[in-house]
Structures are given as C-alpha cells and as structure tokens.
Design a protein around this ligand. Sequence first.
Ligand code: FES
Ligand code: MG
Length: 586
Amino acid sequence: QGGTADPGAGRERRLTSEELRSHRWWGTEGLRSFSHRARTRQLGYLPEEHIGKPVIAIVNTWSDINPCHQHLRERAEAVKRGVWQAGGFPLEFPVATLSETFQKPTPMLYRNLLSMETEELLRSYPVDGAVLLGGCDKTTPALLMGAASADVPAVFVPAGPMLRGHWRGETLGSGTDMWKYWDERRAGRIGDAELAELECGLARSPGTCMTMGTASTMASVAEVLGVTMPGAAAIPAVDSSHSRMAAAAGRRIVELVWTDARLSRFLTAEAYRDAVATVLALGGSTNAVIHLIAMAGRSRVPLELADFDRIAREVPVLADIRPGGRFLMEDFYYAGGLPALLARLDEDHLHLDRPTVAHATLREQLAGAATHDTEVIRTPDQPLAEQGGLAVLRGNLAPDGAVIKHISAEPRLLKHTGPAVVFDDYRTMQATINEPALEITPDSVLVLRGAGPLGGPGMPEYGMLPIPDYLLKQGVTDMVRLSDARMSGTSYGACVLHIAPESHVGGPLALVNDGDLITLDVAARTLRLEVDDAELARRRAAWRPPEPRYGRGFGALYQEHITQADTGCDFAFLSREGEVPEPHAG
Ligand code: FES
Ligand code: MG
C-alpha cells in the first residue's frame, strides 16, 4: 500500500493554510478564535502542533459490542501516526456502531442515522478531511453516505475480514456455516458438545465476516470506487499489513486535503458503474444493491435496479468465494485481492481512467496487480459463472422490482411454479413453519410479508426463510422463497428479495393468499402471481393498511421518511437536492 501519486498533480493548485476550513475556528481574529485556541491548549496541544495544519477527523465506529471492529481503536492510532507524519492534526471522533450481530431489529434501521451523524459532525466541527473506520455491513455505506453528503476529502479504512474459521480440520465461513450447521442441528445431526465447539471456531479473530457477505462486498465497493488505499478491502483485520494500510491512509488524507480532493471527485457515475460490475464479479451480497443506490443518490449519480440487471448480463463471476463459491476472504487476499480481480475485469468492464485517492488513475493503481491463485480468482474465460449472479425481476407481484442472487440457488428452481404458503410476519412464520397442517412440499413457494423497510421495520435479513424440519430431514436443501425482506450476504438459496413496493404499503405481496400459484422465471426476469386482475382488485379493495408502529422517537422519523428498496431506503430529506449552509465559526 501507500501509493503516493497525487490525483490532483499538475492540474490542481494547493490550498494555503488560510484556506483550510479549520482556519475559521483557530486562525481568525476575535473572541471565538481565542476561545478555540484556549480550549486546544486545554486538550494539551501547543500552537505549533496544530495551527495551519489540516485537521483530520478519524471517524471511528469502534465499540465493545462490535466484534468486527474490536481492533479499530488500535487502527485509529495507526491512522493518527500517518496523519502526524504527513503534517496533519488528527482528532478521533467516536460515532455510533452498527453491529450486524447484536443490534435489533436490524442495523439497517440505523444506517441513515449513522450517515446523518457522520455528515453533521463533519459539518459542525473544524474538520478539513476524514478517515472513516468501519466495515461491519451497514457501517460502510453509512460512513460513505455521510461523508459524500458533506463532500469533504476522505479515505475509507475497511475493518478487514476475520481469519478463516476452523472446526475439526474443516474450514468454516462465518454466517454461511452458521446457517448450515444450525440446519444440521435441527436435523438432529449435531449435539451440544459439537455446537459448543462450533461457537469457538466460527469467528475466531477480530474483523468482519470473511465470506463474500455484505461487509466484504461493501469494502470492495469502497475500494473500487477509489476511496480506500489500494488493496485495502481484502487485508485480514489482524494482518500487520492492516496497520500499515491504516497509517498510509493517515498520510494520504493530509495530501488530499491540500489538493482539495473531495469525495465528489472520485464518486462519479463511472465509479458507481464499476462498483456494480465489481459486486457482480465477486458474486457479492444482494444488500449492495440497496446500499449502492443510496450512496449514488448522495453523490447525485443516477443508478437504478435496471443498471444492475444490465451489467449482470455482461460481467462474469470471477471470485470463487463463499457463499457462492468455495474459498474465504483470507484466500482472496493471498490470491492477490481486489486489485487482481479488477485487473482481470480490465477495461472490458471498468473505467480505468478515473482517479482514486491514491493514484491519478485506476489504471495506474492496478499496474502490477497479479493473481497468485487462479482457483480463487478465475480468468474471464474460465469464470465461476458466465453472468453476474444477480437478476432483477418484475411482474404483477413486484411492479417496482425484486432481486434474486441466482448463482446461489438450485438451478431446478430458477423456473418454477408452485402454490404459495403465506406468512404475515416473521414471528408467525417461526412459530408455525414446522406444522404438518401447512402441508408444505418441496414445490411450495414460501411467502413472507411484513418484512420490508416499513413492515420489518428496517427490512431485516429474514429473506432466507427456513425450510421446514421435516423437509430438511428428507434432504430438501432449497425452495423458492419470496419476501420484501433483505437477506444476509452470507445466505444462499432461491430467495426472491426486496420485493417492491413492500406489503406494508399495499404492494401486491399483501394480496397473496395460501394456495395461489406463483411463477418464478429467472431467465425471463419475471415474478408472477397467477391470479386474475379482477380478483386482485377485489382483494385490494378489502385490504387495510397497518397502523403506524412508532408513536414517537427515531422510529417515527424513520417511518415518515424512509423510501422503498428500489430507491435505496434512504430518507427522502437526505437524498434530495438542497443547500446546507456552512456554520459560522467566529
Ligand atoms: Fe459484522 Fe458480519 S457481523 S461483518
Ligand atoms: Mg451480514
């Protein structure tokens, strides 16, 4: 790591220290500046340590409750080291953590809140540039959305994946193998002792989930967008390279401030197209669809579901990483990481002449990238799949679209008609899924509603509906499942997700009855409820919207402003055009 080419070199003049935003706090005449200087002495700094230097906010999502970010306190120190070395003034800003594991009902409820917190602290404090520390699923889009809206110079430091999991000589993937062994448990093949051992082996180091789940997908998104140090996304959290990368980011951000290289320079329409292509080549998480649309919205770049489907038809899947493939992020790192994969996509699928935070062009950044293991990172003529593993479906059941990651589904289900078994909410489904009276067969189509952005609330990762125990015992491992929910990036199966509009706002999903035939046809990109329009109109007339869930608090703000999945689930007031005045600092 540690590219040193200046993306602004030769075409951008450098700021003077009087032009730094922070100068308004410390450098001007008057009572306020005097007060700010006195309070900086109180912090323990002499004038020569900070006056005239770029102030770098280290925005840190570390928390005791977030195992994926355990090491980010230490990494913040490495970033500070780099900032000092380059002549900047680092200040750490702790922000909310969104722990995928522990936060309920789902951290997705709080993605926009963390983005607001990030944007507002970058606006309201004397900050010239930011290094963003995060990685557990929602933290990456949240930090980048906030920083993009503030449009400051920024570098993202991904937390990095944890080491491979281990159990009795077997390599385990967090998430993916958790689902798998829980199914084994339900089928009666795993006892208490084995379960306790698995608990110790599934996640055995700091870092984010080490499959190509949402965390690794979004870290890779940040890297291909050009806002991380080169190669950052795949570095294992506990590898010493990770500390060196963090320090390099600290050095780099100071230079980005002097050349006024704000995020908007990098987060262009071309960069977002490349991010979509990369997600597809990685066989990445379906959650990236929602996050990328929301992030592009903050960057004022048009990006819609149709772009994903179109690009998915062009891009081969090159990364053989679980849950779609065989390997884990640690293997991906040793195989050459994202630079190797991007070099293979090349200009057939990427825009290589755009700048990154570390290099004048992505082309220059990828020079010398090599693949060291062609099992893990395939060549385009021997891909894992010819086409990206994602399809956007439409039809009378999903007028505004739905998403399926068909690469992780059993092929026989990709064209399927079956009778619906409908669950109105997740808890009912949990309580009744194993009841023989439901007469669920391998051909049934399991339907979960009430799990969308408003219905969930927060669109929880309920989309991989459980297969009934009695079918599991018969060896059934996949079924067609539909919902307005999301699905964990580490999940798999023939799960149709993000159905929009959601049932809670009266989307057609609300009108499905038990026994209705539903047809999924991935090749045709359709999802149909085989019920005639007159009958659907009758059902619609009888439908009543649910009562609002929240009477006050953040939930009330959320339910008033959240948008549907096809537009990224941002708050409408955050994604719309509009001026935000700079605060007066004097
Ligand atoms: Fe944090 Fe998976 S739980 S990345
Ligand atoms: Mg996840």
